[in-house]
Ligand binder design. Sequence first.
Ligand code: NAD
Length: 262
Amino acid sequence: MAGATGARVAGKVALVTGAASPRGIGRGCVERLAEEGATVFGADVDVAAGRAGMAELAAHGLDTHFIELDVTSEVEWQAAIDTVLERAGRLDVLVNNAGVAFAASIADTSLERFRWLNGINLRGTYLGVKHAVIAMRRNDPSGGSIINLSSVAGHVGLPGYTAYCASKGGVKNLTRAAALECGAARDGIRVNSVHPGVIWTPMNEVNFSDESAARAGVDRMTPLGRLGYPRDIADGVLFLASDDASYMTGAFLTIDGGLTAA
Ligand code: NAD
């Protein structure tokens, strides 16, 4: 890891949720955006890991900071965005990345578990989009880029993951409706979703008891012949955050090694 190496998002201020997981997609997005010149606030409920992770990146010369945020709480969203505005003056990029998953058949999915997952994945994304739009409309000139982490499970149904598929399908279409609203308002805010395939992070590591067998299985079923890694997703997020994507809104960027092409 080096300090800032490029300038694709230089001068922009970004907030990334779910940034604490040390080998997670959120942490990868923080690192990639900061490498390209952004000031990045990584937010998470896991205060110890989040604070340590952002400090580790800052020690390598990146402009990274930690904010405590439970994405299910509207009060905490307002406070987190107020903190970004107080400390950095503006918000240009929001990456709604915080998410959880569990495997269970529909018959075995309790209402409580369904609500818990959708509270984080869908309600958390809705709250983030809402408060980022309000903040980005205060930029002068108004504008920004909101990137919502959906999944291939937002495109297709995965048996055994009903609650997760419901949440990620919701994130995909919430994205498009919000993009249309922002377009109609001419507020310069772009809203897009990113759809990862199987990415080797703690979310997946816990589902496999035998890592090498799991890796080999995923490698076999993926057209590009390998698992994905957080940086594969972070590169797509960086593109959508940057002005290179200035004519993209309401779009979904699938980064799955070809998994859903068949
Ligand atoms: P991860 O488990 O490594 O990290 C998730 C992070 O979200 C953790 O740091 C956790 O503390 C945080 N979080 C959980 N609940 C929170 C809350 N209420 N408020 C704030 N933060 C909270 O997961 P990951 O694999 O890096 O996944 C990141 C995103 O990418 C998720 O939205 C996930 O659904 C999506 N995704 C992952 C994969 C994959 O294969 N790993 C595939 C498709 C989509």
